[in-house]
Design a protein around this ligand. Sequence first.
Ligand SMILES: *[C@@H]1O[C@H](CO)[C@@H](O)[C@H](O)[C@H]1NC(C)=O
Ligand SMILES: *[C@@H]1O[C@H](CO)[C@@H](O)[C@H](O)[C@H]1NC(C)=O
Ligand SMILES: *[C@@H]1O[C@H](CO)[C@@H](O)[C@H](O)[C@H]1NC(C)=O
Ligand SMILES: *[C@@H]1O[C@H](CO)[C@@H](O)[C@H](O)[C@H]1NC(C)=O
Ligand SMILES: *[C@@H]1O[C@H](CO)[C@@H](O)[C@H](O)[C@H]1NC(C)=O
Length: 702
Amino acid sequence: MLLHWLKIAGLKLVWVRLFSDCTGRHQGNCCLQRLLMSVMVKRWYRSRRNQFIIFTISIICIVYYICLNDNLQREPDLDITRRNSVIEYIEHRIEEALKEDKGSGCEIPQLDPFAKEVVQFDNVYSPITCKGKDWVKCYLSECRVVDEILRTTTDIECTYQDIIHVSDNKYYLGEHRTVKGNKPYILDASDHVKVTCRGSQQKSLFSSTWVGFALGFRKSVPRLQPPPGREDTLNVLIFGFDSTSKNGFIRKMPKSYKHLKDHVKATILNGYNIVGDGTPAALFPILTGKTELELPDVRKTAKNNGTLDVMPFIFYKLTNDGYRTAYFEDMPWIGTFQYRFNGFLRQPADHYLRSFYLEENKSRKKFGKSRSKYCIGDTPQFQLMMNITDQFLRLDGKRFAFTFIADITHDDSMISVADDAMVELLQTLEQRNVFEDTLLIFMGDHGPRFAKVRDTLQGKLEERLPLMSIRLPEKLKRMRPNVQAQLEANAEILTTPHDIHATILDVLDWSQYMNPFKIKGADFPRAMTLLEPIPKNRSCSEAGIEPHWCACVNWKNVTDTEMIHKTVDAFITYLNELTSSQRSKCWPRTLTEVQWVMSQRPNSKMLSFVSNKDSDGYLGKFGAHTKIAKENYQLKVAVGPGRGIYEASMTYLKKEDRFVINTRDISRTNAYGNEPSCISATHPHLNPYCYCSDYVPQTVRV
Ligand SMILES: *[C@@H]1O[C@H](CO)[C@@H](O)[C@H](O)[C@H]1NC(C)=O
Ligand SMILES: *[C@@H]1O[C@H](CO)[C@@H](O)[C@H](O)[C@H]1NC(C)=O
Ligand SMILES: *[C@@H]1O[C@H](CO)[C@@H](O)[C@H](O)[C@H]1NC(C)=O
Ligand SMILES: *[C@@H]1O[C@H](CO)[C@@H](O)[C@H](O)[C@H]1NC(C)=O
Ligand SMILES: *[C@@H]1O[C@H](CO)[C@@H](O)[C@H](O)[C@H]1NC(C)=O
């Protein structure tokens, strides 16, 4: 029997090898191999006994697969095709996780932004340069031919067509209106125009033409009167980049990071953790205070014609409160609220670029093959977004802007090309004293989430730790003197997009709208304003973060005795190496007691997360743990002779199977008294480690 199994195994091996050769680079002699194989295999299959064996193996495989596959399959209540089932499943999972992690707090992993593990994915990008020269630009509501063109071109005639938004999937071009020479075109029907200009270049016989786009702010936006007492509540600017982790921002935007920290004095939230997969999982909570699954189902796949207009987006409250609102997002073909969802029927904000970008993209196919995909006319698209944001903040009245840039970060992490422009925008805002009465939230939605990044532990953690920084308005700091200190105290505590929504409401003096939702069993609401103390013991589950999105690394007692020995041995060896130069004077020390050994670990769900299970990203698919290259350990031991008690932190390099220890991370927790008196004068730095061979302990008083 055994012989037979071996034979089968052998045959399988041959088969696997041949087949893998076929799929590999050696495709030349593949056909012959395949032919031979099929004859061999056919003959082999005809035997009854072999058929039985194959059947048995298949059954074993299936059973094995089912057992291995994670508990999702075994979860009796989960029907992945039903939304309610998914909702209940996730709710239940967070509640179960809360029983384990409640009150345990969160240790935010200390990651080196320049670690090799992640830097390997970064490329160097040259600046984006855009060709040509736009003939027409708009500033606020006036569009006109730019001076440079006026100087070189005569008989200029421009035809403007407004791009008029109907719904997220529908717009039309308005009537042609022709304007001559340097006369302005006033934006009225929309914020954006398609322009065709003709003129005679002085040095050329032929007339030249230009087709392009321009955008500004139409004059005729109806605005409601703010309710009494709310005439001058604060303004808000949320400025976001897609796929930008905190560390990625530090690496790739060094000037902006420095400027944001040192000049703008924004507070960077080191404990800011995502609550789900992708952009919607960040923007729904920030803009509505709820998760996607807590809001009506308006997915395209739900086929119910529902739109996002029914959701409690903050834009609607703001409009009723007399605010001007802007929602600027690029890349409409993968829009946050249009890619998986039916989008908005009415534009959610007064100023909204969707139809502009749709039309721009459409005509690009006709005219603009040679244009860089990152440009709108002669301007990099990200710069246009910054410019329009800046212009919006120059309008009068109360303002709320949400700007979200994706084109330079979504497919490639080339955010570095925007570093200088970002600093410039921040400087402009500062010079205009915008931060006097405007809350700035500068953020990313999540870190890069490509498969190869997710294959590394640091990449995975960075995906979960996006950039989030907050700059409070001066006016608010004067009205509530302790808010800045409060915010800073919360920077090292676990926070989420839900908290950002609560914070915006708090700044707008709208605490009554905060979502009081609590995870069942939790002591605190899921959303907490950053302007008040957030408890240090807040855990992922309490903050509404499922285990596989939780970046916290917690210290756990090591139970593996082999690992305990290894750690302790490495420490004692190191301790003795320190005194080895004085070996004639200092005794070698030996272990007398291990009090504890702990290791710092990310949670295992996070480690085994591979990607999404479903196209909506509601559930995770789990597999083998991501390899951990380095692990942190801490220990507390007592050594003889005498009784020296030490606590130490050390790093274990897995591949090299060795520990890195540094004297800075060792502390002697009891007094060494006169133990090292023989070397104290000559080698004082060895005082905590040396036990002199001539040391006579004083008799202990009983
Ligand atoms: C967490 O800390 C707060 C004080 O900040 C305390 O009231 C609460 O009991 C703690 N929760 C747990 C579970 O330890
Ligand atoms: C969706 O809208 C279309 C036309 O607007 C209509 O024909 C269809 O019946 C609607 N479907 C549902 C499920 O409401
Ligand atoms: C324009 O839209 C299409 C999809 O409609 C998209 O594939 C393409 O990448 C878009 N962008 C550019 C720059 O052409
Ligand atoms: C924005 O664009 C307008 C029109 O081209 C220009 O006048 C203005 O200087 C730009 N602002 C910034 C901040 O780049
Ligand atoms: C580890 O074990 C020690 C003693 O065995 C105990 O005092 C300590 O609280 C434990 N630490 C953790 C994090 O469980």
